[in-house]
Design a protein around this ligand. Sequence first.
Ligand code: ZN
Length: 305
Amino acid sequence: MPELPDLVVLLKKLKPSLEGRLIAGARVHEPIVLRVLVEGDFGRLLAGQRIICLERHGPFLHFGLDSNDLVLHLMLAGRLRLAATGEKRLPHEAFTIDLAPSGGGGVGAGGGSHGSDSLSYGDEKNMGKVYLCPKGDFSAIPGYKNQGVDILSPAFTWERFSKLIEKKRNQARAFIMDQTALSAIGNAYADEILFEAGVHPKTPCCYLTASDRRKLYDAINAVISWGIAEVEKADRPTEEKVRGHLRVRNRGGEACPRCGTTIRKAGVLGFDSFFCPKCQPDRTGRGLDWSKLPGPSPSGGASST
Ligand SMILES: [Zn+2]
């Protein structure tokens, strides 16, 4: 569920309430998501540690604790909720971290007073991963160390992007989703970015003109900022998925909001991709002419993201 805009808004909501808080303990309901990389029991290891910082690292959420680091990779269906202890459990709740009550004016960015509350992690697919690591050692987390340039950081410049895409021969959608190059674009926003840029998802990067590349770079910035603003505006509980604003993702068979052509769904290297065949023509001359196929697309249903 969480893509970059979701994570940015989630972090904004959780950070002030969690930083500086003392962990009272943890209750595990579904251990399959846990990777405890230090000796001991998850709950007992967490008890008594303070959450020093909460940051995002690409698609990962990193909780810096006194003696360990806790890293969450929410993948497709992981969700977090901070609520009063004892509130109804999240569906498919895997574990709950109980926080000790904190007094007014306490440490941390929150500063205010908090009652007894708990951070719950739910995951209906149990695909997410939660790592408890030795302090400062992220080596056992797949993909953590080799994240590419964070697309929300000042380092994500046009020059950097041009250099990254320059010699690439893979398809545009695969390239923008390659986290070792760009950190981090998921399925839903990849479709929105390509739509905004007018680029067919299967276009090999080497077929993109200089103007296409510039449009793609601008679209990444514009679409992610728009996504953050929309998720923030929707102001839904942190465990809910906000997708109503998306223009092509999961809209197969519907009319393109720009030109009215039927939105298509195609598989791109094993992932469903949604696009408008008119706004995003295949200019390589190698693919199908999607705009001439009879519509609406029978395969244009919803996908999981
Ligand atoms: Zn269109």
